[in-house]
Design a protein around this ligand. Structure first.
Ligand code: IVH
Length: 752
């Protein structure tokens, strides 16, 4: 039967449908296995399974390992591993997806219990459920969950996992205890494993869970010694954490949290991330805390599990056929989703690097909408194995940049096509080439005139860390370097920036581009977005222009747009900005605000920097050999020197007024001479950068981290680890008002 395709973009509907299918399929399985009753035709059963599989592929967040698609209860059983019957059934968990749903669940629990209860909150580990059977303290079998009744015997493989004891550390072990937990790859191990796989030219795993399942379900038979060692190496990297018990006659404790204490004492691995609370509202805090900090946990989590702590209540509340009533899983919004890879486009950035980007059907992941993700270079595209038209797995964790993990190969229909890296720059047509032999990255060598590179550099000049020109953002940069109209750009290169006049700015129309990918932005109607950033306003001679109606009659007068006037005014003011900002604006490789400040402070003028030797440059605190080489290389290029000449002719100031000359700034003193100050948090009256500049202007050293050499830490609201470090080291901490005194009058004024 053909798989129906669907364009579901309604996760709620999909969830409801998946839940219905799950319930129905489990009922059918129950009937079949427990009562030998066949309720529907094989075709009907298979159709439901396929629909569920499809829903889970489209919405991976719906798939849990207890889904019928993940269990071996189906009719086509795999026989790779011997079946093992669990002494007690392995149940699954019901899910809630919001705090309201959780609170409703808790209210019902407390109603049924007839009193308030304590809750144990812990992490829902995204791994593989395992049942360890210990008889008289000895591990006799380890099995996957299977259909909950019968699992797969993976005892031999489990023995390689270091965290799992073969024998319990107790003199009085129970005759039988089933310990349940989750097997997983810690994130760090997983990343290392994938790096190895990639190096060895093997396929990389889309996520840690698949990798864990694949590693645990390997067979030793038929492997040569080298392969066997590889398999064991992978098993050794796996970890396990206990999250429950199965069969155990009369456990000697009365709470789930105490079970963990006991098991921990027996040498079993238990999690440190848990808390027992006496109120459902406190569960919310736990959920929120880990929602913010899930990236800091050593393993992947897909939610929180909340359990009634008291064991007697477990019996009292009981379970449905699927899940206990005394526990619930709170699922976080997924960090991984599937979407369609519509295209792979190549964009050229400020440095000329040609980067392929994935353009995808827009999806929501980890709370934000994603449409594009970098694929880094043509080799990465190959390694990921994605084809244009593929359904791909997209990951975005918290604030982390979205990443395409790989294709869902099963969903291919033959129309997908391979990405071919273009041979020429998509913006200027110059043949792409590696900067030096052996480089993977390809670059456009037309650095001076390639419109993409000029646009990137001009945008950089306007950016916060350079000249900080409000009116020179991404649209203005594109308009000046790549207008749709007129045909000739006002700025073929940045050399003319400070010579711009109003006449240059008049009629420009530009296609708005995404500053990260360089791709045209689209309107809701799917057309390229066009802007006219410097369009002139029309004004009636004898009255103010009404921008709301843009209506007028009679005589008119054309006046330039506010943007155009602002840009020119900003540029005029920027000519006298501090030398370090001008240095950053020159787009010298590796010379960002930190290095630029160091160079400007030490040398005081561009001429002095230009005539310095490599050793003199490298010796400056905060500069070093790599930056020194980059500075020297930059001055070697003719058109770079022409920029300086043109800018100087247009009034740009390449020196710090009053600077005493190379290496002599320290002698000149200042109230903070010889002192190192760290500013952290928000200091009233100063921007972050303003605080740094104030320190430097007073002759001090503005450091970014606290050490024993730090003299003062100025801390405002939001100060975090630096403040803690200062306290730990006993560095003097001052507030915003004291900081103001310090930079204006020096340290003595603080104590007067
Ligand atoms: S308790 C009867 N606790 O999630 C209660 N399960 O989606 C059974 N899981 O089958 C499980 N972390 O494999 C529990 N802290 C945790 C868990 C956890 C992960 C898995 C477990 C379960 C599945 C349900």
């Amino acid at each position: 039967m053909a798989i129906e395709t669907t364009t579901d973009d309604q996760p709620a509907e999909a969830r409801a449908e998946a839940q219905q299918l799950t319930t129905r399929i489990l009922e059918l399985r129950d009937a079949y296995y427990e009562r030998d009753t066949v309720l529907v035709s094989d075709e009907e059963y298979d159709r439901m399974m396929r629909r569920l599989e499809e829903l889970e592929r489209l919405h991976p967040e719906l798939q849990s390992q207890d889904s019928p698609t993940q269990t071996v209860g189906g009719r086509a059983q795999t026989t790779l591993f011997a079946p093992v019957q669990h002494a007690e059934r392995m149940l699954s968990l019901d899910n809630v997806f919001s705090l309201e749903e959780f609170e409703a669940w808790a209210a019902k629990v407390e109603r049924d219990a007839g009193r308030r209860v304590d809750y144990l909150c812990e992490l829902k580990i995204d791994g593989l459920a395992i049942n360890l059977r210990y008889e008289n303290g000895v591990l006799v079998s380890a099995a996957t969950r299977g259909d909950g009744v019968v699992g797969e015997d993976v005892t031999e493989n489990i023995r390689w996992i270091p965290a799992i004891p073969a024998r319990l550390a107790t003199d009085e072990p129970p005759a039988l205890v089933e310990v349940r937990g989750e097997v997983f790859f810690p994130v760090a191990e997983f990343e290392e494993l994938n790096a190895h796989q990639q190096e060895a030219g093997e396929r990389v795993f889309a996520n840690a869970r698949n990798a864990a399942s694949g590693s645990l379900r390997q067979k030793a038979e038929g492997k040569n010694p080298a392969q066997l060692e590889l398999m064991r190496d992978r098993l050794r990297r796996l970890h396990m954490l206990v999250h429950g018990i199965g069969a155990w006659h009369n456990p000697p404790v009365d709470a789930q949290s105490k079970v963990y204490d006991l098991l921990k004492g027996w040498g079993l691995p238990t999690s440190t991330h848990f808390r027992v609370v006496d109120d459902a509202a406190k569960v919310d805090e736990f959920i929120e805390y880990y929602g913010q900090h899930r990236g800091a946990v050593e393993h992947e989590i897909d939610g929180i599990v909340i359990k009634v702590d008291e064991l007697a209540l477990h019996d009292e509340l009981g379970a449905t056929s699927r899940a206990p009533r005394w526990a619930i899983a709170y699922k976080y919004p997924p960090e991984q989703v599937n979407t369609k890879l519509l295209d792979i486009v190549v964009s050229v950035g400020r440095t000329g690097r040609a980067t392929p980007f994935a353009v995808m059907e827009k999806v929501r992941v980890a709370g934000s909408e994603v449409r594009q993700a970098t694929l880094h270079n043509q080799e990465v595209v190959k390694a990921k194995g994605v084809l244009i038209g593929d359904t791909v797995v997209l990951r975005k964790a918290g604030d982390v940049i979205p990443e395409v993990l790989g294709p869902v190969v099963e969903l291919r229909d033959g129309t997908e096509r391979e990405f071919v890296m273009p041979e020429n720059c998509p913006e200027c047509g110059t043949r792409l080439a590696p900067a030096k032999e052996g480089d993977i990255d390809l670059r456009c060598p037309n650095a001076e005139f390639c419109p993409a590179q000029v646009r990137g550099r001009v945008e950089h000049i306007g950016s916060r860390g350079a000249l900080d020109i409000e009116a020179l953002g991404e649209v203005a940069a594109a308009a000046l370097t790549q207008p749709r109209f007129p045909a000739e750009p006002p700025l073929p290169t940045e050399a003319g920036l400070f010579g711009l006049t109003l006449a240059d700015l008049f009629p420009i129309e530009v296609v708005v581009r995404d500053s990260e990918t360089g791709l045209p932005k689209l309107t809701d109607a799917g057309e390229e977005k066009v802007d006219t950033p410097f369009r002139r306003r029309r004004q009636k001679k004898d009255g103010p222009f009404d921008p709301a109606t843009e209506e007028f009659s009679g005589d008119e007068l054309h006046v330039p747009s506010k943007n155009a006037i602002e840009l020119l005014a900003n540029l005029a003011a920027a000519r006298e900005k501090p030398l370090w900002r001008i240095l950053v604006a020159l787009n010298i490789r590796h010379v960002g605000p930190v290095a630029a400040r160091a160079l400007a402070n030490h040398f005081g003028s561009l001429d002095a920097i230009r005539s310095a030797s490599r050793d003199e440059l490298a010796a400056v605190d905060g500069v070093g050999g790599i930056i020194a080489d980059a500075v020297l290389a930059w001055f070697e290029v003719d058109w770079h020197r022409e920029i300086i000449e043109k800018w100087a002719a247009d009034g740009v100031q390449f020196a710090t007024p009053g600077h005493p000359g190379p290496g002599r700034a320290d002698e000149a003193g200042g109230v903070l001479a010889g002192l190192t100050v760290v500013a952290t948090g928000s200091l009233e009256g100063f921007t972050r950068e303003g605080a740094q500049e104030a320190i430097i202007a007073a002759g001090g050293k503005a450091a970014s981290s606290v050490s024993k050499k730090t003299d003062f830490v100025a801390a405002g609201p939001g100060a975090g680890s630096k403040l803690a470090k200062a306290e730990e080291l006993g560095v003097r901490i001052i507030d915003a008002a004291q900081f103001k005194t310090l930079v204006e009058e020096g340290p003595a004024a603080l104590d007067s």
